[in-house]
Design a protein around this ligand. Structure first.
Ligand code: 5GP
Ligand code: ZN
Length: 114
């Protein structure tokens, strides 16, 4: 846990989020600034700044759950299809430095992304 991390605060319920799922490994909640009719963020309860750091730390059970939760939410909100995105670093536009997977659904999603 990181005292000042925005998403650790959501894990601790120090700040509110519109949650769709919570368990030992992950919390999922609606994005404050949605880029699609459904835009949910899935975060590990453990703090890691980036996907690469999270993976290197050997969080196998949490990594598995992050993916399965993203798929459950994608299927639930995007019966016609959904996209899972993880941004890492400046070029990818990462703005919150606690790993999160974006689950986007509810409209046709262009490819390639911007
Ligand atoms: P990134 O750009 O780092 O991949 O994504 C960060 C996401 O977090 C953005 O889509 C942004 O709208 C969302 N976000 C930032 N602050 C908050 C917040 O306090 N609550 C929620 N629910 N989403 C947030
Ligand atoms: Zn954090």
């Amino acid at each position: 846990m990181h005292e000042d991390c925005l998403f650790c605060k959501i894990v601790r319920k120090d700040i509110n989020a519109k949650e769709v799922l919570r368990d030992e490994h992950v919390v999922a909640f609606h994005d404050l600034n949605p880029q699609a009719p459904t835009h949910v963020l899935v975060i590990p309860t453990v703090h890691a700044e980036h996907l690469s750091e999270f993976a290197a730390q050997g969080n196998a059970a949490a990594a598995d759950r992050l993916l399965s939760a993203a798929a459950e939410i994608g299927k639930q909100f995007g019966p016609n299809g959904y996209r899972v995105v993880i941004n890492e670093g400046r070029d990818a536009g990462q703005s919150v430095f606690h790993l999160h997977a974006h689950v986007l659904a509810g409209r046709p999603l262009g490819w390639p992304p911007g």
